[in-house]
Design a protein around this ligand. Structure first.
Ligand SMILES: *[C@@H]1O[C@H](CO)[C@@H](O)[C@H](O)[C@H]1NC(C)=O
Ligand SMILES: *[C@@H]1O[C@H](CO)[C@@H](O)[C@H](O)[C@H]1NC(C)=O
Ligand SMILES: *[C@@H]1O[C@H](CO)[C@@H](O)[C@H](O)[C@H]1NC(C)=O
Ligand SMILES: *[C@@H]1O[C@H](CO)[C@@H](O)[C@H](O)[C@H]1NC(C)=O
Ligand SMILES: *[C@@H]1O[C@H](CO)[C@@H](O)[C@H](O)[C@H]1NC(C)=O
Length: 752
C-alpha cells in the first residue's frame, strides 16, 4: 500500500457509496449478506446454536433448502448471531423478531519505530523503565488486521516458554504459512465470503498487520532500519507478551462479518487486549460490528483499542466512538524524514518524503510537467500537465529526467511509467509537509514557495539539472502535535462522550513489515524490507494496545476501564489549535510509565453500561438481549445519572449550533488505587465565561480501594466571538498524583 492515508480516505467514499446503494437499492431479488445480531449467548449453548439460527432463518425465508444455502456463518462462542444472504424484506422481517437486536448489511471497512517508545519514556533501560517480564509473558494481545509474517525477527520466540494456560486459540494450517511459535501463539483467518483470488492463510501479504502487531508487542531487535533510515532498536511496548493474529482484511477491505467472526473467536480464545486498526463511518452501536464485538469483549474484561480514523483535519470525522472502545488519535514523535534537492545553480531545498534511493549520478536533467507536456494530449483542457496527470506527459520528454509537478497526489506512478528518474512535488496545502510517504522512484515534497523557486530555475535555463538526495532523519522540535489526518470529534452517536480518548504516535513509525509485498505495494517497485516506515491512526492504535498491556503487566486485576482511566488521567496534554482542542487530542499523549501509578481511577463495569444504554434510550427488552441474563432491568430506575450517564474519565457537553447557554451536571466516582490515606483537592481550569463547580472540593481516603463520589456543575455561555469550542479541565491532586480530566464544551459542527 503506497499511501495509507489517501487509500483510507478513498475507501471511506467507497464505503459510503456502498451504504447509500444499500439503502436505495430497489432490486429486491438479489440476496446480500446481512448480520443478524442476537446479543449475549443464551444460557444453553453448544451445537444447538447452529440449529437455532437455522430455524430462525428458515422461518424468515420460508424454505428450508434456501435457508441452508443462504446461511454463511454462526457466531456462538462469545455472542449470539449469524450471517446470511437475505432479501431486504427478509431482513426487515428478522429485525422485528423477538430475540433479534438488529439486522444490518455487511459493509466493508478499511485499514486506516522505534523511536516511538523511547519518545514515550518506555526505554530498554531497566534502570530507567520499570518492567515485569513475567507479568508481560502472561499477556496476549489480539490483533485484527491483515495477518502476520511470523518469520520476522520481531516475532522470534527464543527465550519464550509455552503459551499461558488460559490460551484456547488456534493456529491455522495453510500452504505458504509457516505456523505459529511461542511468541505468535495464534494465527487465524476469516474470509467468510471465500473470495477465490486470495491465499486462504493468516500470512500477511500487505505488511500492515505485521507492522501493528510488532508495534504492540514485537521483540527488541537491534539495528532495525528501512534501507538505513531510522536506524535503531525496533521494539513493542511489551516485548515479552504474546501475539494472536486474526486476519480479517483482504484485498477488498475488512468486512463486518469477518471482523465479528474474529471478535467471536478472540474473546473466547483468551486474549487480554484487542487492537483493531480499522475504521468506517460511525454507526449506531448495535448495527456496528466494531461496537458489538468490543461490547462483548468488555463484558469479559478485555479492552478493545480502535483507530480514530484518517479523515482529519475536518471536524466530526471521528470513528469507533462507543464508550467501551478506547479510541486512538495519531500524534507525531520528534523525528521527521527530510529529503533534500540540490539544483544545478547550487541552491538546496528541503522536502519531506521517505526516499531510500541513493543517487546513481551527480546530477540529472530537470524539467517540469508544464514543459514535458505531450503536445497531442497535454493541451487538452481536461488534462493538467503542470500537475503531471496521467496521460498528460510526453514519455520522450520525461525519460531519464527529474520532473517537477504541482501538487502531491501520487504522480510518482505516472513519472515512473514514463521512465523518469525522479519527481519533485510541491505540497498543495498547509499540512503536506507533515507526513513522509514512500514513493516508487526518488521523490520529495517541497513547500509551495520552494516549488515556485524550483520552477523559476527550470524556466531560467535550457540545461536545468538537479539531484534528489537520500532521506535523513531530523528532529521535529514542535513534537508532539496531532497529525492533520487524524480524525476529529465531536461525535454524532453519544453526543456527550468526548472522542477521541487519547493520542499516541502515528506519524512515520518504523516497525516490522512483510517481505511478501514491496515497500509501496506497487508492482514495479523492487524494494522489499522486513522493517518499514508508515503513518496513520492504524499505527497509534497498537501503541495504545501495547500501553494497556504494559499497565496490565503490573496490575493484572485491573478492569479495562481502570486501565483506560489510568492512561487517560495521566496523559500529557498537547498543544492544540483553539478550534479543535481535545476534539483532536482526547486526554493527550499516552504516558505509559506514569499510568502505572494514577492515584485515582474512574471505573465502569458492565452494569454502568446498562445504565448508560438506558439513558441513551434503549429499552429494557433490547438491553436484556444484548447483556444476557434472565433479569429484566427497569430503565426507569436504572437510568445513568447526570448529563452523560456514565463514570467517564473525561466530560463533554455538545450543543446544537444555535445554542449559546449551557448548564450540566456530571456525577463521578473515583476509586483510590494509591497507597492508603490520602487527601485530594480539586483544581479547576475553566475557560472564559464558564463556571465549573466541584462538590465536594476535597476527597479524603483512609484506605486503598475506597470510593468517593463528587459532582461537577458546568454552567456558562459561548461568547460573541463565534467560537465553537471551550476547553477546561478538572485535576484531583494530592502531593504525588495529578488525576486530570478534560472538560470540553462544543457545538455540533455540520459537515457539508
Ligand atoms: C505461495 O506464495 C507464492 C509467492 O507469494 C505464490 O506464487 C504461490 O502461488 C503461493 N502458493 C499457494 C499455494 O498459495
Ligand atoms: C502523446 O499522447 C498520444 C495519445 O495518447 C500517444 O499516442 C503518444 O505516444 C504520446 N506521445 C508521447 C511522446 O508520449
Ligand atoms: C515556468 O514556465 C511555464 C511555461 O511557460 C509557466 O506556465 C510557469 O508559470 C513558469 N513558472 C514560474 C514559476 O513562473
Ligand atoms: C530532539 O530534540 C530534543 C530537544 O532538543 C531532544 O530532547 C531529543 O532527544 C531530540 N531527538 C532526536 C531524535 O534527536
Ligand atoms: C424495545 O425496542 C425495540 C427496538 O426498538 C422494539 O422493537 C420493542 O418493541 C421495544 N420493546 C418495548 C417493550 O418497548
Amino acid at each position: 500500500m503506497k499511501n495509507y492515508i489517501k487509500i483510507t480516505a478513498l475507501f471511506m467514499f467507497f464505503n459510503l457509496a456502498l451504504l447509500i446503494s444499500a439503502s436505495f437499492d430497489t432490486s429486491d431479488n438479489e440476496r446480500k449478506p446481512y448480520i443478524v445480531y442476537m446479543g449475549e449467548l443464551p444460557e444453553w449453548s453448544g451445537k444447538t446454536m447452529e440449529d437455532h439460527h437455522h430455524d430462525i432463518l428458515s422461518d424468515a425465508i420460508g424454505d428450508e433448502k434456501i435457508a441452508r444455502e443462504s446461511k454463511i456463518y454462526s457466531y456462538s462462542r462469545s455472542f449470539n448471531g449469524f450471517v446470511a444472504r437475505l432479501l431486504p424484506h427478509e431482513a426487515t422481517y428478522l429485525s422485528k423478531k423477538e430475540g433479534v437486536v438488529s439486522v444490518f448489511p455487511n459493509t466493508i471497512q478499511k485499514l486506516q519505530t522505534t523511536r516511538s517508545w523511547d519518545f514515550l519514556g518506555l526505554t530498554d533501560d531497566i534502570e530507567k523503565t520499570k518492567r515485569n517480564p513475567k507479568g508481560e509473558s502472561n499477556l496476549i494481545i489480539g490483533v485484527l488486521d491483515t495477518g502476520i509474517y511470523v518469520q520476522s525477527p520481531s516475532f522470534d520466540d527464543k527465550g519464550f516458554g509455552p503459551p499461558p494456560p488460559k490460551w484456547k486459540g488456534k493456529c491455522a494450517k495453510a500452504s505458504n504459512f509457516t505456523g505459529c511459535n511461542n511468541k505468535v501463539i495464534g494465527a487465524q483467518y476469516f474470509n467468510l465470503a471465500g473470495s477465490l483470488d486470495e491465499q486462504l492463510s493468516p500470512v500477511d501479504t500487505e505488511g500492515h498487520g505485521t507492522h501493528t502487531a510488532s508495534t504492540a508487542a514485537g521483540n527488541v531487535v537491534k539495528g532495525a532500519s528501512l534501507y538505513g533510515l531510522a536506524q535503531g532498536t525496533a521494539k513493542g511496548a511489551v516485548p515479552s507478551a504474546r501475539i494472536a493474529a486474526y486476519k480479517v482484511c483482504w484485498s477488498v477491505g475488512c468486512q463486518d462479518m469477518d471482523m465479528l467472526a474474529a471478535f467471536d473467536a478472540a474473546i473466547a480464545d483468551g486474549v487480554d487486549v484487542i487492537s483493531v486498526s480499522i475504521g468506517g463511518p460511525a454507526r449506531v452501536y448495535f448495527e456496528d460490528s466494531m461496537a458489538i464485538g468490543a461490547f462483548h469483549a468488555m463484558k469479559k474484561g478485555i479492552m478493545t483499542v480502535c483507530a480514530a480514523g484518517n479523515l482529519g483535519p475536518d471536524t466530526s470525522t471521528i470513528q469507533n466512538v462507543a464508550p467501551w472502545i478506547f479510541t486512538a488519535a495519531a500524534s507525531s514523535i520528534d523525528r521527521q524524514f527530510e529529503t533534500d534537492v540540490t539544483l544545478g545553480n547550487g541552491m538546496t531545498v528541503k522536502g519531506i518524503s521517505i526516499n531510500t534511493y541513493s543517487p546513481t549520478k551527480q546530477m540529472f536533467s530537470l524539467t517540469s510537467g508544464t514543459l514535458a507536456a505531450n503536445s497531442s494530449t497535454g493541451g487538452a483542457s481536461y488534462l493538467n500537465a503542470s500537475e503531471c496527470e496521467e496521460d498528460s506527459l510526453s514519455a520522450m520528454k520525461v525519460k531519464g529526467k527529474i520532473v517537477y509537478c504541482l501538487g502531491s497526489n501520487g504522480q510518482d506512478t505516472t513519472i515512473s511509467e514514463n521512465k523518469g528518474a525522479g519527481i519533485i512535488m510541491s505540497g498543495d496545502d498547509s499540512y503536506s509537509d507533515e507526513v513522509a510517504f514512500s514513493y516508487l522512484i526518488p521523490a520529495t515534497v517541497v513547500n509551495q514557495k520552494d516549488g515556485q523557486n524550483i520552477d523559476l530555475y527550470i524556466n531560467s535555463t535550457r540545461v536545468a539539472k538537479g539531484i534528489i538526495h537520500k532521506s535523513r532523519s531530523t528532529n521535529m522540535t514542535n513534537a508532539p502535535f496531532i497529525a492533520s489526518f487524524s480524525s476529529r470529534g465531536p461525535q454524532s452517536i453519544s453526543m456527550n462522550i468526548l472522542k477521541p480518548d487519547i493520542a499516541a504516535p502515528g506519524l512515520s513509525i518504523l516497525a516490522a513489515y512483510s517481505p511478501l509485498v514491496t515497500l509501496t505495494g506497487g508492482k514495479t517497485d523492487d524494494r522489499f524490507s522486513i522493517y518499514n516506515i508508515i503513518s496513520g491512526t492504524s499505527m497509534s492504535t497498537p501503541h495504545v494496545a501495547g500501553a494497556i498491556a504494559y499497565v496490565k503487566s503490573f496490575h493484572p486485576a485491573w478492569s479495562p476501564s481502570a486501565v483506560k482511566s489510568a492512561l487517560m488521567t495521566t496523559a500529557t496534554p498537547m498543544k492544540v489549535k483553539p478550534m479543535e482542542a481535545e476534539l483532536a487530542t482526547g486526554a493527550g499523549q499516552i504516558n505509559p510509565t506514569k499510568a502505572l501509578d494514577p492515584g485515582l481511577i474512574y471505573e465502569m463495569n458492565p452494569g454502568s453500561y446498562i445504565r448508560f444504554l438506558c439513558k441513551e434510550g434503549y429499552n429494557s427488552t433490547t438491553i436484556r438481549t444484548i447483556t444476557g441474563g434472565k433479569h429484566l432491568h427497569d430503565c426507569s430506575t436504572l437510568r445513568g445519572r447526570g448529563f452523560d450517564g456514565l463514570n467517564y474519565p473525561s466530560m463533554q457537553i455538545q450543543l446544537s449550533p444555535n445554542s449559546t447557554k449551557f448548564s450540566a451536571s456530571f456525577f463521578r466516582t473515583v476509586t483510590n488505587v494509591g497507597s492508603g490515606r490520602s487527601e485530594y483537592e480539586a483544581k479547576v481550569m475553566s475557560p472564559q465565561g464558564v463556571s465549573v463547580n466541584v462538590v465536594p472540593k476535597k476527597l479524603v481516603f483512609e484506605r486503598p480501594h475506597q470510593k468517593r463520589a463528587f459532582k461537577v456543575v458546568v454552567t456558562g455561555k459561548f461568547g460573541e466571538d463565534k467560537s465553537q469550542v471551550l476547553s477546561g479541565s478538572l485535576e484531583w491532586s494530592d502531593s504525588i498524583h495529578n488525576v486530570k480530566s478534560p472538560i470540553l464544551i462544543c457545538k455540533t459542527f455540520y459537515q457539508q
